[in-house]
Ligand binder design. Structure first.
Ligand code: G3P
Length: 310
């Protein structure tokens, strides 16, 4: 767990400067007590999961990606498009995040415009990096350029596949409305590449899996992050805290959307670290109201009501 003195002191100021998550409707007497709470989104493309979570007031947004669409049954671009449109219409006016699948600049822009036309609540997910590794000749700046171009066109973006604060800074600088650090994948990576001699911390940049991308040069990555259950269990969350600190330092309003969550404890750690939004898989969200002592307490209360029915 982050120690109190390590937590960015600017979290509260930052949150109150951002749009309200739970606004109180005009004319309503009882003000919502958590106007600046972190947003909780559903990380799913499956309407069977999204519908009950939305109707219960658990989520106020949805994030999708090609993997989630495939898991939800999409077996063609047309089918993926149909599912994305359905989610966007169902969730409106709450935000829905739809990802670009093209890698070539003009095709990415055209696809983003097409997806954005599904509704005013659509935000376009643009992978911040990974292009140079994918295909020789692709620019390492592709993600940054697309984010900036979409900002020019007044289309909201989320920079996805963020694994360090450098990516988070440059995406914000290009005009990203949101950035999306993948905590669980950092953890998975570290489980495979744990080096106990290294000190955790996002300011430390190590070479892990030293692989030079096609046409690229050497690069360093900050990967010493382990999420819950490791010795350095809160390291993924430290990335959130570091990005919060950098954004606070410069008054950057890009929202930090924590993703790739593996368990409920990580959700709470993200709240401590100051994430603006946390996107959570449905199976984790389904248990938010569970506790074994609540089970026992309810059983006792309900058993005692029997006396009222005599
Ligand atoms: O929103 C991004 C998320 O879906 C990635 O999660 O579990 O594939 O690492 P995961």
């Amino acid at each position: 767990m982050l120690r109190p003195w390590e937590i960015s002191p600017g979290i509260r100021k930052r949150r109150t400067g951002l749009p309200e998550t739970n606004p109180t409707p005009k004319g309503k007497k009882l003000r919502h007590p958590a106007p600046h709470a972190a947003g909780i989104f559903g990380d799913s493309a499956d309407m069977r999961e999204i519908r009950p979570l939305k109707e219960a007031g658990i989520i106020n947004g949805v994030t999708t990606n090609p993997t989630l669409l495939k898991r939800a049954g999409a077996d063609s671009r047309k089918a993926a498009g149909r599912i994305m449109r359905e989610i966007a219409e169902f969730m409106a006016p709450d935000p829905v995040f739809l990802e670009t699948t093209e890698t070539e600049r003009s095709k990415m822009i055209a696809e983003a415009a097409q997806l954005a036309a599904f509704g005013d609540n659509v935000v376009i997910k643009v992978p911040v990096g990974g292009y140079r590794s994918l295909q020789e000749g692709l620019s390492g700046f592709t993600g940054i350029e697309i984010i900036h171009e979409l900002w020019n066109r007044d289309i909201k973006t989320l920079a996805t596949l963020v694994f360090n604060s450098s990516q988070a800074f440059w995406a914000a600088n290009a005009g990203a409305t949101y950035i999306c650090p993948f905590l669980g994948r950092l953890a998975d990576h570290m489980y495979k590449h744990d080096h106990p001699e290294r000190t955790p911390g996002n300011s430390l940049y190590f070479m892990v899996d030293h692989k030079v991308p096609a046409g690229g040069t050497d690069r360093v990555e900050n990967t010493p992050y382990v999420a819950v259950d490791g010795e350095r269990k809160d390291a993924g969350v430290r990335l959130i805290n570091e990005i919060v600190t950098i954004y606070n330092n410069y008054g950057i309003e890009t929202e930090i959307l924590a993703a790739s969550l593996r368990n409920a404890v990580q959700v709470m750690e993200c709240l401590v670290a100051g994430a603006d939004i946390i996107t959570v898989p449905a199976n984790i969200l389904m248990g938010v109201a569970d506790h074994s002592l609540s089970d026992a307490g309810m059983e006792a209360f309900i058993a005692d009501t029997k006396v009222f029915d005599k």
